[in-house]
Design a protein around this ligand. Structure first.
Ligand SMILES: Nc1ncnc2c1ncn2[C@@H]1O[C@H](COP(=O)(O)OP(=O)(O)OP(=O)(O)O)[C@@H](O)[C@H]1O
Length: 604
């Protein structure tokens, strides 16, 4: 119930008074409907039903004034009033429904933006603990279920109000009959509470299956090249076949449960109606309008009970989605990187590194349960406007160190200093503004080259873009493309070669004019020619910005001002390339000798 109320509060905060206007409007509709129902009673009297003297109820005196009128006038008056009431009700209903839809679509957008913003403002740790596809699932499927569930809940409240009004009218018309219907309704609701539990369990399964589907599909399409080249199509297809069987089983279970609950209500209704009519007619000898009233009350009230019950079941099946989204929002809020909002981030000034970026006694592990630290007591100085290379075996901690230096990961012990000032929430984003980061497989989205470049610098002019492309040795290949800057490069830049992609990313990065450039294995996947061309660009940039380069291929870091060698999370050597190469027993020399045969022009 708590997660549900959380979102009801959200919709209240979003829609404000309009929500109550709608709820009040729906109540008005039920009043009108109730009143239209009353109008039928004298009508029945006029056509001869109910003139058996059996009723004598006070409600008939309400229409006494009609007796003084000629019958045809009274009939016309009632019918005109009835038509006017129904037209008014329909118009009101149309306007309220449209408003409802506007609130619904507005609320789903509001919630989507709120969740996405919360996710974007979360720290890096939040992302490495989660599957990206789970986040997509939350922003699509779960979001839809939560907004629908919230609306069903509001409808439930509306229906409850409506039902109460109808109960009020029914009580006034015939207290005994209404109390009997109410008692039956309560007994049935009590006996059917197991349905809600089953719907909730099925709702859990729905969430689970949807998460598996999005996760699986994301993995398949991300790895489609591996799938095709390793002929894994059949096994992946079988995975989907299995999932499809699971989902149809689950859908069928769902439908079966719904049918079962509906059958239960329909059977109960017919038994109660039959028993009651039998009782009133045989034992109490109730006839005419009273009997008609019984049927009328049943026919108006019972659908309300079943509607409430159906709403209850829909809410129960959405409960897991409510829980998941509230947990996600709570987790985002506890992982918020810094206090500032996305809008405030626009005004953050980038720092200009003057002296150094330092790690002082930094230790880090990914989880408190890990026995091994990924970084152990790291002391390192990255000097401004120099090139620092970080090398080491696979798993040595290179990427972790970079993430700590960029403030993506917070050290468990020790600190990072920016020009001697500790890196805290206060200066984290200023540091981040100064950094441009290029990973091995950078993010290029399915758009034109121009759009991809503008992603980094939205105000960049055409001339700025060509200059950046030229600086990154990418000008020639872009000029050769049929639409130049307006060429669409495909999903993740699939229509470009690896080297072209990386040069374009470098150009895009230069457009941002960073003062710190971080390259994490940025050239590892490139062939010697492409690597050399990026290398030449980096050489030209040397001295103009602080560069931190992680590389497996040692040939790429020969001209670095400083090389930091990591092993099992510790710094084991620091110095210049040639100096480290001479330390024959060091890790660096070991790595070097293993690569010696593969490195062109390297003096052994
Ligand atoms: N997200 C993570 N969760 C838990 N442990 C991690 C995570 N990322 C890395 N590690 C662990 O931290 C250690 C250092 O990993 P890191 O990625 O920094 O090494 P690396 O030197 O960059 O390796 P490679 O050259 O293979 O990329 C490894 O033992 C790795 O298993």
């Amino acid at each position: 119930m708590k997660p549900l109320l959380f979102f009801v509060k959200r919709i209240h905060a979003y829609a404000g008074k309009v929500l109550y206007v709608n709820l009040f409007g729906m109540t008005a509709i039920s009043f009108i409907e109730g009143f239209a129902l009353l109008l039928l009673i004298p009508l029945l009297g006029m056509v001869g039903i109910g003139n058996d003297g059996s009723s004598g109820s006070s409600w008939l005196s309400l229409f006494d004034f009609l007796k003084d009128m000629p019958e045809s006038n009274a009939l016309a008056l009632i019918l005109v009033a009835y038509v006017l009431l129904m037209v008014g009700q329909s118009l009101l209903y149309r306007s309220l429904s449209l408003r409802d839809i506007r609130i619904h679509t507005g609320f789903i957008n509001h919630l989507r933006l709120e969740i996405y913003r919360a996710i974007l403002q979360s720290d890096w740790n939040f992302f490495i603990r989660r599957r990206k596809s789970d986040l997509i699932h939350s922003l699509t499927d779960e979001l839809g279920r939560v907004t629908n569930g919230t609306f069903v809940f509001l409808q439930f409240v509306g229906s409850a109000v409506f039902t109460l009004i109808q109960i009020g009218i029914a009580l006034w018309l015939s207290p005994m009959l209404t109390l009997f219907v109410l008692a039956c309704g309560l007994v049935i609701a009590y006996l059917s509470r197991a349905f809600a539990t089953k719907f909730q369990a099925l709702g859990n399964r729905t969430s689970e299956l949807a998460r598996t589907y999005i996760g699986g599909m994301t993995d398949h399409f991300n790895g489609i090249k591996d799938i095709k080249s390793n002929m894994l199509e059949r096994s992946r297809y079988e995975w989907l076949q299995e999932w499809s069987e699971d989902i149809s089983r689950e859908r069928f279970e769902f439908a079966k449960l719904r049918m079962k609950s509906q059958l239960y209500y329909k059977v109960s209704q017919s038994i109660i109606v039959a028993a009651f009519i039998f009782m009133t007619a045989s034992w109490f000898h109730v006839q005419g309008s009273q009997l008609l009233l019984v049927i009328l009350i049943f026919s108006r009230l019972w659908p309300r009970f079943t509607e409430l019950q159906s709403h209850r079941e829909q809410i129960a099946s959405a409960v897991p989605a409510f829980k998941n989204l509230t947990e996600l929002l709570a987790s985002c809020s506890s992982s918020q990187e810094v206090a500032s909002t996305l809008e405030e981030r626009n005004d953050i000034e980038s720092i200009r590194l003057q002296h150094s970026l330092e790690c002082v006694n930094v230790s880090f592990r990914y989880s408190q349960e890990d026995l091994e630290y990924a970084l152990k007591n790291i002391n390192a100085t990255i000097r401004a406007n120099e090139t620092t290379a970080i090398i080491g075996r696979s798993g040595a901690g290179k990427s972790t160190l970079i993430d700590v230096l960029m403030g993506l990961l917070r050290p468990e012990r020790g600190e990072v200093l920016v020009d001697g000032i500790p890196l805290t929430d206060g200066n984290l984003l200023s540091l981040r503004q100064a950094i441009s980061y290029i990973p091995q497989d950078p993010f290029l989205f399915n758009g034109t080259i121009r759009e991809n470049m503008q992603l980094m610098a939205s105000g960049a002019s055409e001339q700025d873009m060509w200059e950046a492309l030229s600086d990154a040795s990418a000008q020639k290949f872009v000029e050769r493309l049929p639409q130049g800057l307006d060429t669409v490069i495909g999903d993740r830049g699939i229509r470009l070669s690896g080297g072209e992609r990386q040069r374009l990313v470098l150009a895009r990065t230069l457009l941002r004019k960073p003062s710190i450039l971080v390259l994490d294995e940025a050239t590892s996947a490139l062939d010697a020619e492409n690597e050399a061309s990026i290398q030449a660009v980096l050489e030209r940039l040397k001295g103009t910005m602080t560069m931190i380069v992680v590389a497996h291929r040692l040939s790429t870091i020969r001209n670095a001002d400083q090389v930091i060698v990591l092993d099992h999370g510790s710094i084991v050597q620091t110095g210049q390339f040639d100096q480290l190469a001479r330390e024959r027993d060091g890790v660096f020399a070991g790595l070097l000798s293993r690569q010696a045969q593969r490195i062109d022009n390297f003096p052994a």
